[in-house]
Design a binder for this molecule. Sequence first.
Ligand code: AMP
Length: 193
Amino acid sequence: MRIVLLGPPGAGKGTQAQGIVERFGILHLSTGEMLRAATQTETGIGCTVKQFMAEGKLVPDDLVIAAVNQRISQPDAKPGFVLDGFPRTISQAVTFDDLLRKETAELDHVIELRADEKILLDRILTRAQEAKDRGHGVRADDNRETLKVRLEAYKEQTAPLIEYYRSKGVLRSIDGLQPIDAVTHDVFQAIDK
Ligand code: AMP
């Protein structure tokens, strides 16, 4: 089973992806995590990625697509995966369709977690502050200025994917601002249908 989770930063994609992993036993692939790992290397690509992420901007499509292509072609990804944070542009979605076609694979579900932007900004900043208070690390891009850029990038570059997938008949939209359990319930229902 191959699932894409769509939604703005802070809508709960990571949390819901975890629930899907536990229930369906498929891989969780987060491009944010993959790219954060790439920034730990002292390579030119690592530095480029770091800069885009620090500014809240999308990393160039070719770099992200190469990372996803490499990951989904590994044997453990064959039974399926839930992608969190990819695709994020129409160009990524079109290339992803081509990659799947080559593997004679299909996307089974695209689940959109809908959430109001103004609520998200406060939600992420509160979450970051609480993590800090507990002595946990906080993501470098979870600050007000960078978040505004990330939300803008979602609106301009990622939100058009909603229509893209709706026209393909694979999209299900869920209210991402419900309590976590209620969102999970709706996500499972969308997948089971
Ligand atoms: P996330 O952890 O999904 O919130 O992603 C954190 C950051 O990683 C984003 O703000 C982007 O800079 C970068 N990123 C993650 N996924 C993608 C993607 N599919 N395309 C471009 N940039 C991405």
